[in-house]
Ligand binder design. Structure first.
Ligand SMILES: Nc1ncnc2c1ncn2[C@@H]1O[C@H](COP(=O)(O)OP(=O)(O)OP(=O)(O)O)[C@@H](O)[C@H]1O
Ligand SMILES: [Mg+2]
Length: 238
């Protein structure tokens, strides 16, 4: 575990089976721990595919992807699933909350498959539930942790913040967010990103954030844009 960067990609090439050209060619991309990277690009340019490669959901690439010091190709599928649960908090575009569970229960589920994250939550806040309450409170949803019995009736902005708390619980070293602000207006997007960044900083998590909206880039430490399909690019921050 000598490479302590949150993400370190070298000579990555990824093609879908049968495709004429590679979708992704990235010579170098490094995200230091505790820093934030904004990734933008047109629809179909491979942003979600890149996130899935980094999260170990998608395999079959050439080159090297190391996340929090772990070379993903050295893990079996089962080990990757386990490793992801321990190290990565995911915020999806559609949030993927369980609508019949309360906000608090949804947030607690973020630790459901990881003893390491449960332990970190207990060490920091006394219990997993206490950390879930703290995160909801810090994200402006404190009242919901006591009274709200389901998530289906929450507004989009509220669901988004519940999803962020679920990703953050148990202090995973890397948060990956795939277009989580696409349903929000500009003010609410900016507010949500500020919240997410603040929580990542206080948690010590690195943040990889994908969006179409390049005007959001200024809020991040570094930026990577897919200018077009099949672009080869380099980002090296450390
Ligand atoms: N399972 C798959 N098999 C084959 N091709 C795929 C698969 N998933 C995605 N693709 C193709 O890969 C390309 C990139 O898709 P991807 O979802 O990564 O783009 P994106 O940049 O996230 O787009 P968007 O902004 O619309 O979310 C697209 O052309 C898509 O059709
Ligand atoms: Mg996408």
């Amino acid at each position: 575990m000598s490479d302590e960067r949150a993400i370190h990609i070298r000579d990555l090439m990824f093609s879908w089976p049968g495709a004429k050209a590679p979708l992704l060619e990235i010579r170098a991309l490094a995200l230091p721990q505790r820093s934030s990277l904004f990734v933008a690009g047109p629809s179909g340019s491979g942003k979600s595919t890149l996130l899935n490669l980094i999260a170990g959901v998608q395999t079959g690439y050439q080159g090297s992807i190391s996340v929090c010091g772990q070379d993903l190709s050295a893990l079996s599928q089962r080990q990757r699933d386990r490793w992801r649960a321990d190290h990565i908090g995911l915020v999806f575009q559609q949030f993927n909350l369980l609508p019949w569970l309360s906000p608090l229960e949804n947030v607690v589920l973020g630790c459901g498959f990881s003893d390491i994250r449960k332990r970190r939550a207990v060490e920091r806040d006394g219990s997993v539930e206490a950390q879930a309450r703290r995160l909801l409170d810090e994200l402006g949803l404190g009242e919901l942790s006591e009274t709200q019995r389901d998530t289906v009736t929450l507004s989009i902005g509220q669901q988004q913040r519940v999803a962020a708390a679920r990703a953050l619980i148990g202090n995973p070293p890397l948060i990956i967010a795939d277009e989580p602000t696409s349903a929000l207006d500009r003010d609410n997007s900016a507010r949500f990103i500020a919240l997410l960044k603040r929580e990542c900083e206080s948690n010590g998590s690195a943040l990889l954030f994908v969006s179409h909206d390049t005007e959001l880039a200024a809020q991040f430490d570094a930026e990577h844009r897919f200018a077009s399909l099949y672009q080869s690019t380099e980002i090296q921050r450390c």
